[in-house]
Design a binder for this molecule. Structure first.
Ligand code: GLC
Length: 412
């Protein structure tokens, strides 16, 4: 029997405490010509150190007739997405929101994002790498403005690990050895919960093992990758708790000195560099498997600015988009060790050489198969299968074979 994977909207419990309630706009006539727009955005660093308010303050200074009300979104991309899917059709949504780079196709189809091509001049898009713009497009329309890029890196404790490992096998052995010797509580922490972040981690391991296509997941390299991931847990190199870790939990565990290695995004660097761990903090490209191409694969993530098709303040929102992707704002985000999307800022050696960003720039980027409509459901199938194998609920091969059948049905 073919297992039925529930679509993501059923996987996630709907939260009654709706952060988007803060967005409710019953039409606010402008007082003294001042217009307030709401910006729904999660933390850009999964931590308290975050540039959102500084960006808003600088924007308001440059555009005194526009006020920006920040409504904080959940740090998990999945919950964030669910809130928007609920709120926008009910006219409870924000004017503009920060959305994951993997959303354009699905959000366009569900009419949750405005096509921006008729509202921004063609040369506006010249400020970005064309590949980033291509990823924001669906059926020849552009649904998001690239705001920042995330790239996976390896963070490690230099007091425990003098040289970062080149291979996953070495990393596992070192992590295991450190735990066994009682030098650290956990060896290697990462994002192993049942959510989009696990699809990112899976993309890296499966590509490192030789998988070529994100939607052919029951091949030998994929089975080998998942078997290795499971072995991290059974050997003790990673704690069983990682199957419940998302970005904040993994970061907190590493920050608390509990782990020798952390797989996270470049943006974790700055928040860690400001903690007590700073003196021993190391950052490197991710490892690969022995005998495979190096450095290891690093999933391309990132967040873009999307416009609610129901906004009543489109001119002000467009001003906001232009400013947030302009040079001053993009320098601000680079100071937080977040990779900017504006090519001028990105090309500045001072930005490229900052430690968190440097490790990401040296990475071997790989993408999730997010260009197609239905990606979010496909990813749910993938992370559900990977999670089942990680927790020991299914053998890696069986979990992937079953998931492949569902993928074939969904894409067939
Ligand atoms: C980061 C990435 C995003 C990815 C998410 C998974 O926020 O920028 O693209 O989907 O992590 O947790």
């Amino acid at each position: 029997m073919v297992a039925r994977f529930p679509p993501r909207r059923q996987v996630l419990a709907w939260s009654a405490a709706l952060p988007l309630a803060g967005c409710a706009r019953r039409t606010e006539p402008s007082a003294g010509g001042i217009v307030t727009i709401t910006w729904y955005a999660s933390s850009m660093t999964s931590s308290h150190t975050d540039p959102r308010q500084s960006l808003i303050d600088a924007f308001q200074k440059a555009h005194p007739r526009i006020r920006v009300k920040l409504v904080s979104a959940p740090t998990s991309t999945d919950e964030d997405q669910e809130q928007l899917r609920y709120a926008i059709p009910r006219d409870l949504g924000p004017d503009v929101y920060l959305g994951d780079v993997v959303w354009p196709a699905d959000f366009a189809k569900e009419r949750l994002a405005l096509a921006l091509d008729d509202h921004l001049p063609e040369d506006f898009w010249d400020r970005f790498d064309p590949e980033l713009v291509a990823a924001a497009r669906s059926r020849n329309r552009t649904y998001a403005v690239p705001f920042y890029v995330n790239q996976a890196v390896l963070l490690y404790r230099r007091d425990l690990v003098p040289t970062p490992p080149d291979t996953w096998e070495e990393l596992a052995a070192q992590a295991d050895g450190l735990v066994t010797a009682g030098r650290v509580k956990h060896g290697f922490v990462w994002q192993g919960d049942r959510y989009e972040g696990l699809t990112c981690v899976w993309t890296e391991f499966s590509r490192d093992a030789g998988a070529e296509d994100g939607l052919r997941i029951s091949t030998e390299p994929s089975v080998a990758a998942l078997t290795f991931m499971r072995s991290l847990l059974t050997s003790g190199a990673s704690p069983a708790a990682v199957t419940g870790f998302r970005e904040p939990q993994a970061l907190q565990s590493f920050e608390a000195g509990e782990a020798a290695f952390l797989r996270s995004w470049d943006s974790a660097y700055l928040s860690l560099a400001q903690t007590a761990a700073a003196g021993t903090l190391g950052v490197a490209s991710l490892p690969s498997f022995a005998g495979r191409v190096r450095p290891g694969a690093s999933t391309i993530g990132g967040w873009s600015l999307y416009v609610n098709p129901r906004t009543r303040h489109l001119p002000e929102v467009l001003t906001f988009l232009r400013w947030m992707t302009g040079v001053p704002a993009q320098y601000t985000i680079a100071q937080y060790s977040i990779i900017p999307t504006n090519e001028i800022v990105r090309a500045d050696p001072l930005v490229g050489d900052s430690p968190g960003i440097k490790a990401s720039v040296q990475a071997r980027p790989v993408s999730r198969p997010s260009g197609r409509t239905g990606y979010l459901d496909l990813s749910t199938v993938i992370f559900t299968a990977v999670h089942r194998a990680l927790t020991g609920e299914a053998e890696p091969r069986a979990a992937l074979t079953e998931a492949q059948r569902t993928i074939d049905r969904l894409t067939g």
